[in-house]
Design a binder for this molecule. Sequence first.
Ligand SMILES: *Cc1c(COP(=O)(O)O)cnc(C)c1O
Length: 349
Amino acid sequence: MHIDIQKTTESRIGQTDFDNIVFGHVFADHMFIVDYEDSQWKNPRIKPYGPLTLNPALSALHYGQSIFEGMKAFKRSDGHILLFRPEENWNRLNKSAVRICMPTIPKDIFMDGLKSWLALDSDWVPSIGDHSLYIRPFMYATDDYLGVKPSSKYSFIIYGCPVNAYYSEPLRIKIEDYYVRAVTGGVGYAKTAGNYAAAMYASHLAQKMGYHQSLWTDAFEHKYLEELGTSNFFALIRDTLITPQLSETILKGITRDSVIQLAKDLGIKVEERLFAVSELLMANKKGMLKEAFATGTAATVAPIEHLHYKGEDIRLNVEGDTLANILKKKLDSIKRGYTLDTHGWVVPV
Ligand SMILES: *Cc1c(COP(=O)(O)O)cnc(C)c1O
């Protein structure tokens, strides 16, 4: 695949303070773009990161055909850039695409675009501490047409932000008992922009009450725990790690899958199954609930110190050699190339 490359003449890297980065505000110099038209992907190119030209009738803006991925690149001590399970992101992007009537993207376009762009912006991959380059591949509908139908034209873009840790403190979480993120038959398992829009109001209310995030429950009875809307949920009850089983209403997190594998490697029993709110509350009352944490690419493994449900509060230990901290360290060290990657997850670029 030939990619047309237009390099920036005004790199912003000199003005970037990598030690004091706020998540998602600073962008690497370039972006990769490819367009879909006449049933084909066309004109792959890399150009300076910057504004796009949009028509007011752009169908993504009105009817929401827009999907995305989130992944990270790390710089190993020898300067090599490492990606973590990028094929999984490509795979999931295409599952999301199918669900909302968008075209799938061939693997070579996704991977070659990603790698060529990373080669150009490699200086933007930080090597310090908790830092990494957060990568945002996304696809949106570009028809300039007001009628309701799947668009015939799309753009796929990859850009990136150097980032620090997403959460700087342990999480306080409100278990949601009224609002709904996803329902059976819906699009909860797809990484669509619309899922985020639909979740914002309840999360905003939870944030006004002092919580970081909502923990969603099932749409029919609010009886079973699902996920946090940007990350998946785990709890350690006695010596068993429990996470809600995958379904149409839960996003299949790549971090979730990796954490399950790493916990099993440690000899820990892992259960993926229906997980009732009442079970969590009961385990806490009996002193059997040891930990809870969230997993996602941006958040990595984020310990939860406080869970709230209808006037009941659960306080959890997040300090020391908790399972969450052990898993976070293990995962980080694999991603950064410090620990031998026995699962074939890390892809050097
Ligand atoms: C992206 C996302 C996650 C986390 O997935 P990872 O692949 O681990 O980053 C979890 N839940 C939702 C709703 C998401 O959009």
